[in-house]
Ligand binder design. Structure first.
Ligand SMILES: [Zn+2]
Ligand SMILES: [Zn+2]
Length: 247
């Protein structure tokens, strides 16, 4: 299984990268995590007719802006979109005139499904839990090809992020803040906090992404975050757009 990072910036796109989108290419399925504008690279990597499942964490625009880019694609198998309660209403409102091409008119058939908090089989096992953020945000835990991937974006450290991450093979965690910095009203995570979570959850690997574009102005800044995190949790990587991890 290969995990490809198509967008690794938080908030907005800059020369360091696009906004969040991660592709998991497993034996039987493509799983896409979030629809930031990094999604425009998806057709470079989706080259077979395996089913495509797209999971949306929340509705902050940098995570759903990519719906505006979907007219680019002609995926014959269609895309099934999953998200928290309210996703259908939200997408039908936003992915619509006068903003963009309506979901129902896209060349790729889109089906939207809503998940309640908890465990699901769709057909692979998925657990979703609300994280700690300014608006409701789902974290996901996905099991594919005998491996477990936890995806915790846009969150402060919380019990649910720990639960989703427990013993995961890979924890993909946001890193919007820099070392020693904390957001108060709009919870996010710094490298040290993410590394401590990885350690507590006993994951095998931590991948940092969703670097706030205003705070992380260069890829060198990300390397610094990786260095800080490694002091606590050795097997840490700071993702950049194009990072590909095989597990
Ligand atoms: Zn975000
Ligand atoms: Zn957010």
């Amino acid at each position: 299984m290969k995990i490809v990072f198509l967008g690794t910036n938080g908030w907005y796109s800059t020369k360091t990268g696009n906004t969040p989108c991660v592709l998991i290419d497993s034996d039987s399925y493509y799983v896409v995590l979030d629809a930031g504008d990094g999604i425009h690279k998806l057709d470079n990597f989706i080259t077979s007719n395996k089913p495509i499942y797209l999971f949306i964490s929340h509705f902050h625009l940098e995570h759903i802006f990519g719906f505006h880019i979907l007219p680019k694609f002609r995926f014959k198998q269609g895309i099934t979109v999953y998200g928290q309660k309210g996703t259908k209403r939200m997408l039908n409102h936003l992915v619509q005139h006068p903003f963009t091409v309506p979901l129902s008119d896209l060349p790729t058939r889109i089906t939207v499904k809503e998940l309640s908090e908890g465990k699901h089989r769709i057909p692979f096992p998925v657990t979703c839990k609300y994280l700690l953020h300014a608006d409701p945000c789902f974290g996901y835990r996905v099991s594919l090809d005998g491996k477990t991937i936890a995806y915790c974006t846009d969150t402060g450290i919380c019990d649910n992020s720990l639960e989703l991450s427990k013993d995961a093979d890979i924890l993909i965690h946001e890193c919007a803040s820099k070392q020693g910095r904390y957001y108060k009203k709009w919870p996010h995570t710094n490298p040290q906090e993410a590394a401590e979570l990885a350690l507590r959850a006993k994951v095998k690997q931590l991948v940092l992404f969703h670097f706030d574009a205003l705070i992380y102005k260069s890829l060198e800044d990300r390397k610094q975050a990786e260095t800080e995190a490694k002091k606590i949790f050795k097997n840490t990587v700071a993702a950049i757009d194009g990072t590909s991890i095989t597990i």
